[in-house]
Design a protein around this ligand. Structure first.
Ligand SMILES: [Zn+2]
Ligand SMILES: [Zn+2]
Length: 186
């Protein structure tokens, strides 16, 4: 099997984390995760309880995209175009997956970022529209927080966030929100 990026280097047997058998490119250091070996490994991983928390972690993570990240490529197994999905680290990068055989390609360094953030357990989910919608929601939420910190300063912003949390958990929290809105309507 050839590297999907340069289409001439032969992929070699390797493992990720010493337990997931993959095919590695000795040239660009990318890794091909055969669908069966990823599926079997994934079955033994703990499930993800709070995807929002995971996405927030991703948004805060630094990543340096590999030079091969921008190259469109064909599946090394069945030659379909690989589908790309954005991973929204501070500098985003793209993961690739074959829509046909479901094999996954990670450019150099991408698996390490996935592992650090916990996304490595759910790579298949990242390609779903539900996941992408949730990412956009968390991105907006993070933007709003940043804007609030910018306008109010970190101390007051922290008090606002805390108050929002308290109100959200209080059974009559909406009364508090209504009070604040009325207070500033005048
Ligand atoms: Zn390569
Ligand atoms: Zn394929």
């Amino acid at each position: 099997m050839q590297c999907p990026k340069d289409r001439k280097t032969t992929l070699m047997d390797g493992t990720l984390m010493g337990q997931l058998p993959v095919l590695c490119c000795p040239d660009c250091q990318g890794a091909w995760l055969p669908p069966q070996s990823y599926g079997e490994w994934q079955e033994h991983q703990p499930s993800v309880d709070d995807p929002s928390e995971l996405i927030d972690r991703v948004l805060e993570t630094d990543a340096t995209p590999s030079p091969t990240d921008g190259i469109a490529s064909l599946c090394p197994a069945c030659k379909c175009y690989l589908a790309r999905v954005k991973v929204s680290t501070k500098t985003p990068f793209y993961l690739e997956r074959c829509p046909n055989c479901k094999g996954i390609w990670c450019d150099r360094g991408e698996w390490e970022v996935l592992e650090k953030t916990g996304l490595h357990r759910i790579i298949d989910r990242l390609f779903s529209t539900e996941w992408q919608a949730l990412v956009r929601e968390r991105e907006l939420f993070a933007q709003e927080r940043r804007a609030t910190i910018e306008k109010l300063g970190p101390e007051l912003a922290a008090r606002i966030f805390e108050l929002a949390e308290v109100l959200a958990q209080h059974p009559n929290g909406d009364f508090g929100v209504a009070y604040l809105m009325r207070r500033f309507d005048q």
